[in-house]
Design a protein around this ligand. Structure first.
Ligand code: ADP
Ligand code: MG
Length: 631
């Protein structure tokens, strides 16, 4: 047999490589922005048309390229950023693989205009599907402008794979935000279909945060700073009471490169400890400066993954830094600064020497911020109770809103208690199966449902005992309720006395836009203003006013987490999201009336056996099984 192995032609090799680097328009935006930054620009302009599907243009005022370099830049593995293998361990630039431009040019029509300071005329180049088309001198500013047109024009399969414009735009904005946050020392303009949507001046990080997320953030963020011999941390963390139901506003940068690292994220979250209500996420934008030799950015071509040489130490320092930020800023500063600094330093230097055994009691616990905490514990308590109040509302009766559930609290010896028992009995009798699962209601108290670990409801039935998962059951009930409302568009809205203003990031706004129909059909009455504001005028009648914001945000967050589940359609995901968000959770105490209404409602459902995601809602332990236990 003759030899069969051949080298792939460049164009094909590039196209294959492009699969890794260029997944969607947002990847192009990221690569071009990184190149512009690496070129020492201090002003960058981005133009996006049709969510990047027709045009992505990035213009910078950086160093530019000579004619030869301009041509070379489109070759694979062509880079000016590293020369020797050792350079990989001393990377100070965002790029270094020399893959991006070659990959982009393999799957799009690319035009480049560039000029260096030394040149009188610049170069205009065009490349289409890895093929050079044109090159001519051009009068142009110093710097580089790259236009990427008709992405995936020659890979129809990928083009059809792209999501709706709002989804792609959200990814683009996410990338833009990461870069814009990382570099407040660079001014940015961002045009979306001819509209200037972000016009960011050079300035401090705090100002950049306010420009991106809204002015209110100025008052919601706390400065976080820490320096040890091996690394430096700075940035801002959100005050816990402003934590959101969405995870989207959490950013880590290592040497000004955005990274994702769940371990470090955990360090931050654990610093907040009990300050955060469950299911809420604080804002943070934290920068770590560390010797490039201690990190390995070579893990993945898209480079959001990063390996740290000594993750545990960094974890400890991050946690201590955030704790300190929260501790010293939330309470009135009554510290002996000097003592604080000394203690703090000694702990941190121990940490940085890797002696992290004592880290469980992190720096801030040992140093005087803790004293400040103690002194101000009353203040802190007041604060916490506020958060608790805010978030305890979902447990509130209104979230049950079962017509026949009287509003009261468990274990109050009120006449209502008796009434509740009655409600339950009637509930049992109204089971779809004619109540046959249950004993006669005349059996009285033995059929009182009761709660186990505030998570399960147990009730005696004819054949033994039934255990109901309260959350799964409630999700099923709410899901069917909202699915119906969506189908019939019958969600009724109740106007709020005071419209609530909700500030979201543009990515979430794009999502709200996409789901506008569905959310309205549920009964939300809202208007989108500008790039980041939703005004909620009314909510579904079964949602009690007062925490419209949490519900709305929670709905969006939940939807995002279901989005990856491709099998479900938009409407179903929305119904599932709101059901999950509004359901009673494990750990919530229910009174007898609530329990019986829950049971009643569950068995009035079309599919009472399973929660929308397939979890079982209840199980029955037969008397025989129980007897067996004792044999
Ligand atoms: P990398 O950034 O990994 O080096 P790229 O394919 O992104 O690889 O870019 C290749 C080379 O083209 C870069 O190393 C740089 O020399 C040059 N280049 C790309 N974009 C710009 C720009 N905006 N300004 C100046 N030079 C650029
Ligand atoms: Mg690059």
């Amino acid at each position: 047999m003759s030899d069969v192995i051949q080298l792939l032609p460049d164009a094909i090799a590039n196209q294959i490589a492009a699969g890794e680097v260029v997944q969607r328009p947002a990847s192009v935006v990221k690569e071009l922005l990184e190149n512009a930054i690496d070129a020492s620009s201090d002003h960058i302009c981005v133009v996006i048309k049709d969510a990047g599907k027709t045009l992505i243009q990035v213009r910078d005022n950086g160093v530019g390229m000579s004619e030869t370099d301009a041509r070379m830049s489109f070759e694979r593995h062509a880079t000016s950023k590293i020369r020797r293998s050792e350079d990989i361990y001393a990377i100070h630039t965002l790029g270094f693989r020399g893959e991006a431009l070659a990959s982009i040019a393999a799957v799009a029509q690319v035009e480049m205009e560039t000029r260096t300071r030394e040149q009188e005329f610049g170069t205009c180049l065009s490349v289409e599907g890895s093929v050079f088309k044109d090159s001519e001198p051009i009068a142009t500013e110093i710097g580089t402008s790259i236009s990427v047109k008709n992405l995936f024009f020659n890979v129809p399969a990928r083009r059809t794979f792209l999501k709706s414009n709002s989804v792609e735009m959200r990814h683009i904005i996410d990338e833009f935000f990461r870069v814009a946050l990382a570099r407040p020392d660079i001014s940015f303009e961002f045009f979306q279909n001819d509209t200037l949507t972000y016009d960011l001046a050079k300035g401090k990080l705090s100002r950049r945060i306010a420009e991106l997320f809204g002015d209110s953030y100025r008052k919601q963020i706390l400065s976080c700073q820490e320096e040890t011999p091996t690394l430096k941390i700075y940035g801002y963390v959100g005050a816990p009471e402003h934590a959101k139901r969405t995870r989207g506003e959490q950013f880590f940068f290592i040497n000004k490169r955005f990274i994702k690292n769940s371990y470090l994220n955990h360090a931050v979250m654990s610093a907040y400890e009990a300050m955060l209500p469950e299911g809420s996420f604080p804002f943070y934008a934290l920068f770590i400066e560390i010797d490039p030799a201690d990190i390995d950015v070579n893990v993945h071509p898209t480079k959001t993954e990063i390996k740290l040489a000594d993750e545990r130490t960094v974890y400890a320092i991050v946690r201590a830094a955030v704790k300190r930020a929260l501790g010293t800023n939330l309470v009135t500063p009554s510290l002996d600064e000097q003592e604080n600094e000394e203690n703090h330093f000694s702990v941190l230097s121990r940490i940085s020497r890797g002696e992290d055994r004592s880290l469980r009691h992190s720096a801030s616990e040992q140093s005087s911020p803790q004293r400040a905490f103690k002194q101000n514990s009353a203040l802190k308590k007041a604060d916490t109770s506020q958060w608790e109040n805010l978030y305890s509302q979902p447990q509130d009766q209104s979230y049950f809103n079962f017509d026949d559930s009287p509003a009261d609290h468990p274990h109050t010896e009120s006449p209502e208690e008796e009434e509740n028992a009655l409600t339950f009995q009637s509930a049992a009798n109204r089971m779809p199966s004619g109540g046959s699962l249950f004993h006669d209601s005349t059996h009285g108290t033995s059929e009182q449902p009761f709660q186990v670990h505030q998570s399960y409801i147990v009730i005696q039935v004819k054949s033994g005992m039934m255990i109901i998962d309260q959350q799964a059951a409630h999700e099923r009930i709410l899901y069917e309720h909202y699915a119906l409302a969506l189908e019939r568009r019958s969600g009724v809205s109740q106007q709020s006395l005071f419209p609530q203003t909700l500030v979201l990031n543009p990515a979430d706004i794009a999502l709200v836009q996409e789901l506008q129909d569905e959310i309205s059909a549920l009964g939300f009455d809202f208007t989108i203003f500008g790039q980041n504001t939703v005004v909620i005028n009314g909510v579904p009648t079964d949602i009690k006013g007062g925490n419209e914001k949490e519900i709305f945000e929670g709905l969006i967050e939940q939807y995002k987490s279901y989005q990856s589940d491709l099998s479900s359609n938009k409407r179903e995901s929305v119904a599932r999201s709101i059901a999950r968000r509004m359901s009673v959770k494990k750990g919530q105490k229910l009174n007898p009336a609530e329990m019986s209404t829950l049971i009643d409602r569950l068995f009035g459902c079309l599919h009472s056996d399973y929660a929308p995601d397939g979890r079982k809602t209840y199980t029955i332990l037969d008397l025989d099984q129980i007897t067996d236990f004792f044999k």
